[in-house]
Design a protein around this ligand. Structure first.
Ligand code: G3P
Length: 196
């Protein structure tokens, strides 16, 4: 039990490393929570600081989703404990202990978690994101449709009940964190990225 708690707390501490805030500091862009959409994530860093900064942020947040799951599984965690490790990583990103508990929306970190836990599901969801973004150029819409698609997909693939429960919780939290985006999408005020 103690080792399980170590996994879960460790995962939360790793999830709390808000790449966007660190990249913003390192590249002199300021705190992404103070500009653009106010979200510390790759999309907002793309708005504020361009592609290189965004790519760094995306990689950091994605890898952060992968590492705790891979390490915990390698050390013997499975089933509900592994799902708890994944959730703790994700909650670290949303509510980072080092940054006043004001974190991001969890899309890249959830993507890393999915790729590590269920590569087929991860790649399918990533495919949905890429197609929607390529067509619509709106990151939040791509994230919302990709996240929602994970629910039927996880039921279609024969996943364990712990993984199904994890995916449902992650999707609900992603939708919740995008509530202002959803409102903007409904009002037609969510601005697309220009093709470049
Ligand atoms: O991953 C976050 C994205 O879906 C929306 O970001 O900055 O447009 O609110 P943003």
């Amino acid at each position: 039990v103690i080792i399980d708690i170590v996994f879960i707390v460790g995962a939360y501490l790793i999830g709390s490393v808000a790449t966007a805030i660190l990249v913003g500091r390192a590249m002199g862009l300021g705190d992404p929570r103070q500009s653009g959409s106010g979200n510390p994530g790759a999309t907002n860093i793309l708005r504020i600081g361009g592609k290189k900064a965004a790519a760094l942020t995306l990689c950091g947040d994605l890898i952060k989703g992968v590492i705790p799951v891979v390490v915990a599984r390698w050390l013997g965690a499975e089933g509900w404990i592994l799902a708890a490790v994944a959730l703790a990583t994700f909650l670290g990103h949303l509510y980072p202990v080092y940054f006043g508990f004001r974190g991001g929306k969890g899309v890249a970190t959830a993507m890393g978690i999915l790729l590590a836990l269920m590569p087929l599901l991860g790649l399918s969801v990533l495919g949905v994101w890429i197609v929607v973004f390529a067509v619509m150029r709106v990151s939040s819409l791509a994230a919302l449709l990709a996240a929602t698609s994970a629910i039927p997909l996880v039921f279609a693939l024969s996943a364990s009940s712990s993984l199904r429960a994890l995916i449902i919780v992650l999707v609900i939290l992603i939708l919740w964190r995008h509530r202002s985006n959803i409102q903007r999408l409904l009002d037609g005020r969510e601005t697309p990225f220009k093709k470049s």
